[in-house]
Write a protein that binds this ligand. Structure first.
Ligand code: SF4
Length: 297
């Protein structure tokens, strides 16, 4: 038994460097974001459920894995969704990984992440918090059961104060929903003021089932997004914005990130030359890669 490598989907413009990935939970993540891409994988549909087997096996899995690549938690469910308060599977995995000095990349929308700061201090760790908007009404619409933006900003501040390198994903940017640049510049400014290092942006890339879900939820939004994506491109099972539209969005965010002294990356847009650091945040915990090598992928 070994840690599983993250599947960097090159056809979908993924430029991630090798890393492992652990999903401590299966089923539909309890945060229930309306845009969630993981819903296209059968293992991440149905009720959210803990992978209790990890509690038994994590020692062996980690012990059997020799190459100390960064370990990401998680790509398909939030490792700090509400179930984690009870089951503590994420904590157990991190505890074991930290003991073996694996670098960690934590990707979450939850302020529960601050519970594990004591463990993050034991091994190189970067935390990537997703904050898509500061507007609570928009956040409730698109991420109904995730902690509100204010709690996430407070968590970011706490992590920074403890010396943990943090980045923020403004992901996804949904044109017509959370792409207002004046509003988003306020968010970027607040992120910069916390001492976070970087923002990473990514435009919405609807997957199978997305439009059907939105139609049931909000007809106006469905009609708006259907129109916006009508001239988009289909890439590896994702609906992308038209190239010029997404390039414009990414360049706008790049400008405001640099203006506020932040590093910048876009994720899976096919625009890696605009990045100043790795998009996933592993730049802060890797010793082996330069941004130049990364851009050439
Ligand atoms: S937090 Fe992430 S994994 Fe969970 S529903 Fe939202 S997008 Fe999906």
């Amino acid at each position: 038994m070994k840690l599983t490598l993250f599947n960097a989907y090159r056809r979908a413009h993924c430029t991630c460097q090798p890393k492992y990935n652990i999903n401590p939970y299966l089923g539909r993540c309890q945060h229930q974001c309306i845009y969630c891409y993981a819903t296209k994988f059968p293992s991440f549909t149905g009720h959210a459920r803990p992978r209790l087997i990890l509690l038994e096996n994590i020692q062996k899995i980690v012990g059997d894995t020799a190459r100390k690549l960064p370990v990401m938690l998680s790509d398909c469910t939030d490792p700090y969704q509400p179930l984690e308060k009870h089951y503590k599977i994420t904590r157990k995995c991190i505890e074991t990984l930290a003991k073996h000095r694996f670098p960690l990349l934590i990707v979450t929308k939850s302020d529960l992440v601050t519970r594990d700061i004591d463990l993050f201090l034991k091994t190189p760790t970067a935390v990537s918090l997703t904050i898509t908007t500061q507007d609570t009404i928009t956040a409730e619409l698109i991420e109904p059961y995730a902690p509100p933006p204010e709690k996430r900003i407070n968590a970011l501040q706490k992590l920074v104060e403890k010396g943990i390198p943090t980045t923020v994903r403004i992901d996804p940017i949904i044109v017509g929903v959370n792409d207002d640049l004046k509003e988003q510049e306020k968010l970027v400014k607040n992120i910069a003021q916390t001492g976070a290092r970087q923002i990473t942006v990514s435009t919405l890339k609807p997957v199978k089932g997305f439009f059907k879900r939105i139609k049931k939820l909000n007809l106006k939004l469905y009609e708006k997004l259907s129109y916006i994506y009508s001239d988009g491109e289909k890439i590896a099972g994702y609906r992308y914005l038209n190239y010029l539209k997404r390039k414009q969005v990414v360049e706008n965010f790049r400008r405001i990130a640099l203006k506020h002294g932040l590093e910048f990356a876009s994720c899976r847009e096919g625009l890696p030359h605009l990045n100043t650091k790795f998009c996933d945040g592993t730049f802060y915990i890797r010793k082996d890669m330069s941004i130049e090598g990364y851009i050439k992928i």
